[in-house]
Design a binder for this molecule. Structure first.
Ligand SMILES: [Zn+2]
Length: 414
């Protein structure tokens, strides 16, 4: 097991060491679920601390793990499992086809294409695609549904090889991956190499503005090296000859997602959204350390409230379960000191997670049916980003008296 290394310079601009503002202690790798036969072993823990680059405004972890510690073959995320994500993706596909006039001579490349759920929608409409997905399980699943997929990490090197093979992309899509990229500059240079002169790059990621505004500290984990503002993205793209031409906000997606559209510098005029979002971010203080500095104290307060609420319910003899064995759940549980003394089990619809245990906290992961069978008094929504979807699915649990606890932006019982 290799150790975490301390960041000495900014991952984007190469400037001075990012200034720390939030420490969540030493926690295990959030996506590394524990198998039943490994319950006796101690999960290795690594510092989880976030800093701010005072040169380019990029928020990033101050300690990082090597990529091979994170994207291993057990990586459990299969995207098709979220209904909301599938609907969001379908709409994006239709928007792109119409706005870019895509057809049989076009090429759509998706970076971190996962199990191919998004590219499949282009394939069904006769538009050529190429997926790039480094994790073997999802890559194989994508090929099975007819989505050609390279099982590799994306960067300048792969982009150049694709160009040498005669490929250039009309559209490059990178959703929820940029935060995971160890070499940001190679990644974005790859966009620049592979993109046709009039092509468009579409990048989606939860925004750091929403993270701060809604206390979404649990979206911090070792796999997320960076937390992006539009200010930081603009600087990163410009360094590689790309220009921000549009920003779309999706407040309900992953706690507040931004979609940035880039073209080659000078190829197309930016729309009004770019100036508007940049001004709003500056007004919110996302370009200065001051705003980030107060965030650490806000998080400690929230964690204290949540722990007190659960401890109090437990003292009253109530039973508590959790919903959503995702990475953010692991951060929330482990950084707040919540384990099986307070919560009996966690449910998740993903069959690949069931039968395993949350890292650190060691909650057993059961199918959602366990809620009907065991009817716990309270259900802590670790997957609060899809709380409406979960509460609709669990109408029967609620009808039988079950209550929901939403942990952020402040713990509340519904
Ligand atoms: Zn920087």
């Amino acid at each position: 097991m290799s150790l975490a290394t301390e960041v000495t310079s900014c991952r984007s601009c190469g400037g001075e060491r990012p200034r720390p503002f939030l420490s969540l202690g030493a926690t295990p790798i959030a996506n590394r679920l524990v198998r039943a036969d490994a319950l006796d072993a101690v999960d290795p823990s690594f510092p989880l601390e976030v800093g701010f680059c005072e040169s380019c405004a990029l928020v990033q972890l101050t300690h990082v793990l090597p990529a091979d510690q994170i994207f291993d073959e057990d990586y459990p995320y299969f995207s098709s499992f979220s209904d909301m994500l599938v609907r969001h993706a379908e709409k994006h596909v239709i928007d792109l086809i119409e706005s870019r006039n895509l057809g049989p001579d076009s090429l759509v490349v998706e970076v971190a294409s996962n199990d191919g759920y998004l590219l499949k929608a282009f394939v069904e409409r006769g538009i050529p695609v190429l997926g790039v997905e480094p994790t073997p399980g999802p890559a194989a699943a994508a090929r099975e549904i007819g989505v050609p997929t390279r099982e590799e990490f994306f960067g300048a090197e792969l982009a150049q090889r694709l160009v040498d093979e005669g490929l250039r992309a009309d559209v490059i899509i990178a959703n929820n991956v940029m935060a995971h990229v160890p070499d940001l500059n190679s990644f974005v240079e790859g966009f620049s190499l592979l993109l046709k002169d009039d092509g468009v790059v579409s990048v989606e990621n939860p925004g750091v503005g929403a993270l701060l505004a809604h206390n979404e500290f649990d979206t911090v984990y070792h796999e997320h090296f960076c937390y992006f503002s539009t200010i930081a993205v603009e600087a990163l793209m410009r360094r590689h000859g790309l220009e921000l031409v549009g920003v779309t906000e999706f407040p309900e997606l992953h706690g507040g997602t931004l979609r940035w559209r880039m073209g080659r510098a000078g190829a197309a005029a930016p729309d009004d959204s770019v100036a508007r979002v940049l001004a709003a971010e500056r007004a919110a203080g996302l370009d200065s350390f001051e705003r980030y500095g107060s965030f650490g104290a806000e998080v400690s307060e929230l964690q204290g409230e949540l722990r007190a609420l659960l401890t109090d319910l437990k003292a009253q003899g109530k039973t508590i379960a959790a919903y959503g064995a995702a990475a953010k759940g692991a951060t929330l549980l482990n950084s707040t000191g919540i384990n099986t003394e307070l919560i009996d089990f966690v449910v998740d619809r993903n069959v690949h997670k069931q039968g395993k245990y949350m890292p650190g906290a060691r909650l057993p992961i059961l199918p959602a049916e366990a809620l009907q069978e065991r009817q716990p008094d309270y259900l802590l929504l670790l997957a609060w980003n899809v709380k409406n979807e979960i509460m609709a699915q669990q109408a029967e649990y609620a009808a039988r008296g079950g209550k929901f606890i939403v942990p952020v932006p402040r713990p509340v019982v519904l």
